[in-house]
Design a protein around this ligand. Structure first.
Ligand code: SAM
Length: 213
């Protein structure tokens, strides 16, 4: 399977994560997360859940929530936040490319700001397809390659230093094309801007996809 995560900062990144995202969360990122996750239904799986910033944004109707995270430092914070939240959620250490779940077992798979970082996005997308029920939905909020060639060129130029700064994050991935190429049928995809970040990580995609019948 190869690498399961490409973190460069380890414990430091997870310790600073919530602080680094605070301005963006307050300027609209949190609202985008909430708006995405209000679509979650039934048995829900979140991948790369990080420190658990989405935990309290799921609708109360979501009673069966599983959170995965491969990074040993992130998962400590995730477990702590899950325990303090009062929400019942199972936390499992696993990479998106190798999910320890049965085929056709979730109604919703959600992820936010994760496909920019996983070492093998096609492998992760095949796993999402495998664990989703045939009528299930995949919800995503990701920062992506810019549709503007000028900005995309800068994303390519700065990809390497950004990957180091961003703990393995690739700023130039065309994630919507990858979701489509993996055989998902895309629903509506919005193209918001990531607030309060440098331009190379501003372009985002927020939407849903299904496995075609
Ligand atoms: C930018 S953080 C996003 C965290 C969280 N989803 C959020 O929205 O705040 C990227 C996350 O992807 C996780 N990650 C890295 N490699 C992964 C993999 N192979 N499978 C699943 N998650 C991975 C990282 O550990 C980290 O928690």
């Amino acid at each position: 399977m190869g690498r399961i995560y490409d973190a460069t900062w380890g414990r430091g990144f997870s310790a600073l994560y919530d602080f680094c995202f605070k301005a963006s969360e307050e300027a609209g990122l949190r609202d985008m997360r909430r708006d995405l996750l209000r679509e979650a239904r039934g048995r829900v799986l979140e991948l790369g859940a990080g420190t658990g910033l989405n935990l309290d944004l799921y609708p109360d109707s979501v009673q069966d929530l599983t959170l995965t995270e491969p990074d040993p430092h992130m998962i400590k914070q995730l477990r702590k936040r899950a325990a303090e939240s009062g929400r019942s959620a199972e936390v499992v250490q696993a990479p998106a490319e190798k999910l320890p779940f049965e085929d056709d077992s979730f109604d919703t798979v959600a992820l936010t700001l994760v496909l920019c970082t996983v070492p093998n996005p096609p492998g992760a997308l095949q796993e999402i397809k495998r664990v989703l029920k045939s009528d299930g939905r995949f919800l995503f909020l990701e920062h992506v390659r810019s549709p503007e060639p000028g900005l995309a060129k800068w994303q390519d130029r700065l990809e390497k230093p950004w990957r180091f700064l961003g703990d393995g994050c690739h700023c130039n991935r065309d994630t919507v094309a990858a979701i489509s190429a993996a055989g998902f049928q895309l629903g509506d995809v919005e193209r918001p801007k990531f607030p309060k970040v440098v331009p190379i990580v501003e372009p985002m995609a927020k939407g849903s996809a299904r496995v075609p019948a």
